[in-house]
Write a protein that binds this ligand. Structure first.
Ligand code: SF4
Length: 269
């Protein structure tokens, strides 16, 4: 249900855009036993493709038809890179946002970097789906100024059917985080057939309003910008092929939130 499928895995991903593949080129086939050349294109056997093979394909393709997504970086280098923008953070009041994939899959690293950023006077935010062990959230919480956290549904069964995840875990994390977080912004991707009814959005807003450090919800109308990434990764795209077009629903959600004086609902493009 996310539009960045290449960042789901903690490992490298291999993207292939057939349109840029050169006839008669064998550069990738020569270094990777999981790739086969046919007359018109190449075939990637993703069942046998492993991490070492993907890394060996970095910078091999002359046209970027094949590209490797993901990069390893040492903590010190990351901090040095981030601190180069300190004048911009100071001028704009901004800071650093940890994103992904799921940054809390690497909570030790995030905690360490965020601690150092705070020490150097930089604000921190994190984008998370909250589907992680509580200890990862708890460890990071003191070092994060703003949580941009997803809440996609409030019905356990429907959430499980669409995401194979545990809503119980997510809600428990929100409830434990709320008393200790500085600020939580809840983000709701509004997806046709999943949570695009008035009742479903109302339930999400009611839950958000019950969290003491949350006073803002961002509604993110479903879009299809990620479809091409699925094609490049040879992954099935299971969601609707048209963007959400329901301004009345988004207006309803904003009206519903008005019963809570501390809540603000913002529709993001
Ligand atoms: S290296 Fe690039 S251009 Fe050459 S066969 Fe592989 S994908 Fe095609």
């Amino acid at each position: 249900m996310v539009s960045e499928p290449e960042s789901r895995s903690p490992k490298h991903s291999l993207l292939f855009d057939e349109r840029s593949c050169l006839e008669q080129c064998t550069s990738c086939v020569d270094v990777c036993p999981s790739i086969e050349r046919t007359k018109d294109t190449i075939i990637i056997n993703r069942q046998t493709l492993d991490e070492a093979q993907i890394i060996a394909l970095q910078n091999v393709c002359p046209t970027q038809a094949l590209s490797v997504c993901g990069e390893e970086a040492k903590e010190g280098i990351l901090i040095d890179t981030l601190m180069k923008d300190k004048p911009f953070y100071d001028q704009s009041g901004g800071g650093v946002t940890f994103s992904g994939g799921e940054p809390l899959m690497q909570s030790n690293l995030v905690t360490s970097i965020a601690t150092e950023l705070h020490r150097q006077g930089v604000n921190t935010a994190i984008e998370t789906c909250m589907h992680v062990p509580w200890k990862n959230v708890e460890q990071t919480a003191p070092h994060i100024d703003c949580w941009l956290a997803d809440l996609k549904h409030t019905n356990e069964q429907k959430f499980l059917e669409w995401t194979q995840g545990s809503l119980k875990r997510i809600k428990a994390n929100f409830q434990k985080l709320a008393p200790i977080a500085k600020r939580i912004v809840i983000r709701v991707p509004v997806v046709p057939g999943f949570n695009d009814t008035e009742a479903e959005l109302a339930d999400i807003i009611d839950f958000a309003a019950s969290l003491e450090s949350c006073n803002e919800i961002h509604l993110l109308p479903y879009h299809t910008l990620g479809i091409n990434k699925y094609r490049l990764l040879d992954m099935p795209y299971l969601c609707a092929d048209k963007p959400l077009n329901n301004p009345e629903l988004l207006e309803y959600a904003q009206q519903h939130a008005k019963q809570y004086s501390h809540m603000n609902v913002i529709v993001r493009g």
